[in-house]
Design a protein around this ligand. Structure first.
Ligand code: ADP
Ligand code: MG
Length: 698
């Protein structure tokens, strides 16, 4: 059997393979492109294409695809085979630099939010050489960006790469001011912790809601939920362990550094975290991870649910986006330094993030908005919809001392004058990790915890990178050319703390009092639903930010607004229709059948004991009848709303109908259905219940 180091990355055309398969001239040119973003010579592209194809064919690949991430959130690919007929009637396997660099998928069915006129259906895909090609099944997958012919991004990767560039540019200006002449570039890294549920496949097959929407639309609470907290970090069941083992192996072969796996808080909930990587690569890897998780689950007789809220009343699933920025020389800019100068630099980057999160709270919230995540944020388990930052007591105290120009009462008493006297050495605060904070500093990185488990991490990182780039730009504009650099720096940090301290909150984010204080006293945004958040995306302030850093054009921003709302409307509409269908075809007939059996039983008992009171049976049948009435009425209301919705053409208006009418009516329909479940005999209930699903995997 081969060992992990032997198989790690065996399906990836990575640096090791390139070194072995490319001439040193081609290899060096490739390296320059990967490391410094230099343009690739067509001759080099040809040589790389041939080597890539030979390597892939050796590994059994027959096809290639430009692998991209359209705005729908899933990845897309169209496979082309390498074969070309040869004159002797056989075939040869061919692949050119041109095919590697650029593809033209017929992309008319991908959403573009009005960016592409329909007559101009084609977009093109462009190779992202910084993310390695890999083999999936029999296909060589080439990570690409996806654009329209007029150059607008039709995917999530293009703006992500642009945001990384924007941040690099501004961070380099700052680093220069601190005299870091050896640094060539600054990159952001991300380690996404991925939560998911596993349920038994045979049971899931009996639930149209799980199949069509990824979440349960009905279901009474089980007698045992997560009260005992006995699942978190608990022993992993053997079926799940077998799945995790194979998942790790598959991911490792693809060069994905799957590192930790454990049970999560809710029953049937688990987590997988990789070791962090450069953001665009981490994004590609996370998309692949989600894909493989779902595919492998089937093989193990399981279904992997990536929905943010598969079960009402049970913890939902998120994705923690651990984010930091580092130089190409390996210095993490969010690590407190050893010398006063390093610490001053650290504080400036820290302040840049604080300012960015405060200035662009709405954009960050909007970046994680989906119909699924709306169920999670603010639901007393996940971070609230209000964004605040946790810095820990010590760092908060350091900032306060700087703001107030007074000594810092840390380990050593020091006056907090930057560059003038010595800054204290901060002890890294890793013990007190506030789990309720949406945006927490965890020693050398920030953890943005609002992402939903099914979100692409691209969106959140696009906004985060750009917002931080903007803070740094403003800082660099102020500091460049200053005679008294230290004085100006000190003033800048003080001003940032003063202006933005409202975003810092180290307390319990689940507390209702906090939401009150945040919104009423501190003026922080509380954007509860997707339609609320999307208003922010098209505000002038957001457009200015994204266009000035060349991350998105105004047309691209508007297209994303449309697509997010379109998705929201579509997803909830499918849920509503599924509910209607399940109620009519499964739930009402089941109640009918069970009522009849209770009634029949009374009749047959009375044939033996004619004057039997029959209180129990009568009450039960009466209650079930009442519930049927309620269900029928809620059903009719929802059905007529769905009919009316079809006539609403404006997407913003449609999203408001969903938020204000459809979702509350769905909740209304669910109540009597769930009650009926609790008084109907299990053998009559037409689908597996919450107990079955949550405790059914052994
Ligand atoms: P937790 O207690 O939240 O699980 P960990 O320290 O295990 O925290 O890290 C969680 C994730 O953060 C992992 O994916 C890890 O690789 C990532 N991570 C660690 N350091 C950094 C960093 N400097 N930048 C980005 N991500 C990081
Ligand atoms: Mg974490």
């Amino acid at each position: 059997m081969s060992t992990v180091p032997e198989t790690f990355g065996e399906l990836v055309f990575d640096d090791r393979v390139m070194k072995a398969k490319l001439s040193s001239k081609v290899y060096n040119a490739m390296k320059k492109t990967i490391d410094e973003g230099q343009k690739l010579d067509p001759a080099v592209a040809d040589a790389v294409a041939i080597a890539m194809k030979d390597w892939a064919v050796e590994k059994g690949a027959t096809h290639f695809t430009h692998w991209f991430q359209p705005l729908t959130g899933i990845t897309a690919e169209k496979h082309d085979s390498f074969i070309n007929p040869s004159p002797d009637g056989g075939v040869i396997m061919e692949f050119s630099g041109k095919e590697l660099v650029k593809g033209e998928p017929d992309a008319s069915s991908f959403p573009s939010g009005g960016l592409r006129a329909t007559f101009e259906a084609r977009g093109y895909t462009a190779w992202d050489p910084t993310s390695y090609a890999f083999i999936n099944g029999k296909t060589l997958c080439i990570p690409t960006a996806f654009c329209s012919y007029s150059g607008e991004a039709l995917d999530k990767k293009t703006p992500l790469l642009r945001s990384m560039q924007a941040l690099d540019k501004q961070a380099m200006r700052i680093l220069k001011l601190f005299g870091n002449t050896d640094v060539a570039c600054v990159r952001t890294s991300v380690g996404p912790e991925q939560e998911y549920f596993l349920v038994d496949a045979e049971m899931a097959a009996k639930r149209p809601d799980l199949l069509f929407t990824g979440r349960t639309l009905f279901g009474a609470k089980p007698p045992k939920g997560q009260e005992l907290d006995d699942h978190y970090f608990g022993v992993i069941k053997s079926k799940v362990q077998a799945y995790m083992n194979e998942l790790n192996e598959e991911l490792w072969k693809l060069g994905i550094l799957a590192k930790t796996e454990h049970n999560e808080v809710a029953p049937a909930q688990h987590e997988l975290a990789p070791i962090y990587a450069t953001t665009n690569i981490a994004t590609d890897h996370n998309q692949l991870t989600m894909e493989i998780m779902q595919r492998l689950a089937k093989k193990h007789g399981l279904v992997c649910l990536l929905h943010e809220k598969p079960f009402a009343g049970v913890n939902g699933s998120g994705k923690h986006n651990n984010w930091s920025l580092a130089t190409n020389t390996g210095v993490n800019l969010l690590t407190p330094g050893e010398t006063p100068y390093e610490n001053a630099q650290f504080l400036l980057f820290l302040c840049a993030v604080i300012k960015a999160v405060d200035d662009y709270q709405g954009l960050l919230r909007a970046a994680v908005a989906t119909a699924g995540n709306d169920h999670r944020l603010g639901a007393n388990e996940a971070p609230p919809a209000v964004i605040s930052m946790f810095l820990g007591d010590e760092l908060t105290e350091v900032l306060r001392a700087i703001e107030e120009d007074r000594p810092y009462d840390g380990a050593e008493k020091t006056v907090m004058k930057l560059g003038v006297s010595v800054l204290p050495k901060f002890v890294r605060d890793t013990t007190d990790r506030n789990r309720t904070s949406p945006f927490a500093f965890t020693g050398n990185k920030f953890e943005f915890r609002m992402l939903g488990s099914s979100n692409s991490i691209a969106c959140a990182n696009i906004m985060l990178n750009t917002a931080v780039a903007e803070s740094l730009k403003q800082y660099a504009d102020k500091l460049e050319g200053q005679k008294d650099f230290e004085g100006a720096l000190n003033a800048l940090i003080k001003k940032t703390i003063k202006d933005h301290k409202r975003i810092i909150f180290n307390g319990n984010g689940y507390d209702d009092e906090w939401i009150k204080e945040a919104t009423e006293k501190r003026g922080l945004l509380n954007l509860r639903t997707t339609p609320d958040t999307q208003e922010v995306i098209i505000e002038q302030k957001s457009i200015d930010l994204l266009t000035s850093h060349k991350v998105m054009s105004e047309a691209e921003i508007r297209s994303r607004y449309e697509i997010t709302l379109e998705n929201y409307v579509k997803i909830v509409s499918i849920e509503a229709t599924t509910m209607i269908d399940m109620t009519k075809k499964l739930i009402l007939p089941a109640i009918e059948k069970y009522s009849k059996s209770v009634a029949d039983s009374l009749i047959s008992k009375r044939s033996v004991v004619p004057d039997l009171a029959g209180g129990y049976e009568t009450k039960k049948v009466a209650r079930l009848s009442e519930l049927e009435e309620q269900i029928d009425s809620a059903l009719n209301t929802l059905e007529s709303t769905m009919t009316d919705l079809k006539a609403v053409e404006d997407i913003t208006e449609a999203s408001h109908v969903i938020r204000d009418t459809v979702l509350p009516q769905m909740a209304q329909l669910r109540i009597p259905c769930d009650e009926a479940e609790t008084i109907t005999a299990k053998e009559y209930w037409p689908m597996p219940t919450y107990d079955d699903l949550l405790f059914g995997v052994r």
